[in-house]
Design a protein. Sequence first.
Length: 215
Amino acid sequence: MPCPAVDGGLFPRALYFTLPGYEGLYFQGVGVNLRAESYGFEAQKYNDKMIIVAPQLSDWGMTSARQTVALVRYFLSAYHIDETKVYANGYSGGGETMSLVMGIAPELFTAYLHCSAQWDGDLTVLAQAKTPVYMAIGRNDEYYGSARLISSYEQLVSLYREQGMTDEEIAKLVILDVKEADYFAERGISNEHGGGGFFAFDGELMGWLFGQTKE
């Protein structure tokens, strides 16, 4: 199913998947993920022609990860997608799920923004695909803490170094952004984990994501 014609011709669309945290799971009610999180709405400011997919997950494990991979592949096959611009973010439990996706089929994506979550996916698969990842979390995230994500970042960096990559090359593929307490305080946010939902409004993070393009 091609996208609508523009000026008499067809053009490929960018594609963006946003996976929600606990409040956005399917049993919370239809569409509650859109009321609980702003990533999908804020994304339109970067590309108002982009197709945005905001699924409600079945769980935070492999069931939802496999369903997400299948859904991405469906959109790539059924719509006229610019495969150099396929993006994703996952927040909280949605980040756990999307990290699993990155351990199954990271090659489907141009870049991934991992927000306020631990990393559960296979880093070896990600390192082989070299899909760029931005990891953002509060230093004192009340749900996950930051130590596990820092450890995952260090493991991924080590995998890239084993491939003979330079620090400059690695920095283009993985970024760790641990937000200190003042980041949240300046924005009137008292809860660092819940504050991860406000990363949607951070131009540095979202700008990085939608500024990536596959070669």
